[in-house]
Design a protein around this ligand. Structure first.
Ligand code: KE4
Length: 430
């Protein structure tokens, strides 16, 4: 595989960008190779600067559920572009997208757009603190809610991938207001949320964890979280930046029929352009300026191009049978991966929720951060490098997810399984 141009771009990038990347996990540090530089994408494929073609399972870390360059999205963005790129003023497009989000997400009565998932989650906990007049935030080990100070405690995604113990620069005063407990641990959950002396403002969680790799909630766990947070006056925040519009048009809350007080969104609602959002009950959202005193703002919030991309994406997702078809493809693909791992005697646990999945290289089961960390990251790295060489573009971390899009054809998924078999055969001989 030719990588001359990627190598030279990576060298050049490192002269002007920290680590040569705009987000740490993209540097491929944990998988023992340099990143390829992507020039373009279309449908289920990405193409690097050396002309190599890959079947893409990163999907921009989730947003590209329709596949890259979907005609409806491209048309909508082009039409919006012809009218200008940013006005810093209210536009009809943001009203239209807000109405689509509120119609789709059962617990969301009002929504505010921001520019990233991090902005959404940091704004949601500020709102929860303003509403409850308490300061402590509870999160789960291995969950990742973006890079705001309060969340860099036992965080997943790039933090765990790079083995960063938290993050320098986060003041002790901030860390002491964040309590992180094990995911799917009913007894610790009950003991923590029942301790009123902790003054907990909110519990934020990924309703299906995907940043320690994919770890679904244990049966009854989401219901127990909802019951205990309601009982103790703690706001429940679902971070649906990944699961929103991924697991269903109504996200995980609709799938599991558990309603949070606030929901954070991102990724898919931008259709590939920078968007985040947070929303919930009118009574709580009414505290947000200018309606109320909790301040949050943003120059490019509600950007017309991003709104147009989001509207086109959500309208396409609303087509009948969209999720049934997508999830059926993903289920068959996951089963194929599992049976190949068994055939070659590789320790692998396949966790899946809808069209998002992770193959953990460990006997498993993987039900929380601790069991995810038992994975053989060296084996994953070898798997990653071999698959890349065969034209399969995966997330460069054992603790991330693979995303299936509507653009992945059955033939491409079958081809990916064939290439996985070649890879597993090689790895089994190691
Ligand atoms: P952003 O600020 O990256 O848009 O969103 C932060 C965020 C919040 N909540 C959840 C559940 C998330 O998964 C994310 C971001 N996800 C990572 C990948 N797992 C983004 C990729 C990256 O950091 O480069």
């Amino acid at each position: 595989m030719k990588t001359d141009l990627s190598r030279s771009f990576f060298h050049r990038a490192q002269q002007s960008i920290p680590g040569g990347v705009s987000s740490p996990v993209r540097a491929c540090k944990s998988v023992g190779c340099d990143p390829v530089f992507i020039e373009r994408a279309n449908g289920s494929k990405v193409y690097d600067v050396d002309g190599n073609e890959y079947v893409d399972f990163v999907c921009s870390w989730g947003p590209m559920i329709l596949g890259h360059n979907h005609p409806a999205v491209a048309r909508a963005v082009t039409a919006a572009l012809a009218k200008g790129t940013s006005f810093g003023a209210p536009t009809p497009l943001e009203v239209e997208l807000a109405e689509l989000v509120c119609q789709a997400m059962p617990s969301v009565e009002k929504v505010r757009f921001v520019n990233s998932g991090t902005e959404a989650t940091m704004s949601a906990i500020r709102l929860a603190r303003g509403y409850t007049k308490k300061n402590v935030v509870v999160k789960f080990d291995g969950c990742y809610h973006g890079h705001a100070d309060a969340f860099l405690v036992q965080a997943g995604s790039g933090v765990v991938t790079l083995g960063i113990p938290g993050s320098p620069g986060v003041p002790e005063e901030v860390v002491k207001n964040t309590i992180s407990i094990p995911y799917n641990d009913f007894s610790t959950l009950e003991a923590t949320l029942s301790d009123d002396s902790l003054n907990i403002a909110c519990l934020i969680m990924e309703p299906v964890a995907a940043n320690m790799g994919v770890v679904p909630p244990a049966p009854g766990f989401l219901e127990k979280v909802r019951e205990l947070t309601a009982k103790h006056g703690i706001l429940l925040i679902f971070d649906e930046v990944i699961t929103g519009f991924r697991l269903s048009l109504g996200g995980a809350q609709a799938k599991f029929n558990v309603m949070p007080d606030l929901t954070c969104m991102g990724k898919i609602i931008g259709g590939g352009l920078p968007v985040g959002a947070y929303g919930g009950k009118k009574e709580i959202m009414g505290l947000i300026a200018p309606e109320g005193p909790v301040y949050q703002a943003g120059t490019l919030s509600g950007n017309p191009l991003a709104m147009a991309a989001g509207i086109a994406t959500l309208q396409t997702l609303a087509e009948p049978e969209f999720y049934q078809r997508l999830d059926a493809k993903a289920a068959a693909f996951a089963e194929g991966l599992s049976s190949l791992a068994r055939k070659y005697g590789l320790p692998a646990t396949l966790n899946r929720a809808g069209s998002v999945l992770t193959a953990f290289f460990t006997e498993g089961p993987v039900t929380d951060f601790k069991s995810a960390l038992a994975s053989d990251t060296k084996l994953f790295a070898a798997f990653y490098r071999e698959m890349l060489a065969q034209g399969i573009y995966l997330a460069p971390s054992q603790f991330e997810a693979a995303f299936i899009s509507a653009a992945h054809s059955q033939a491409e998924l079958d081809l990916t399984l064939e290439k996985t078999e070649l890879t597993f055969r090689k790895l089994a001989k190691r």
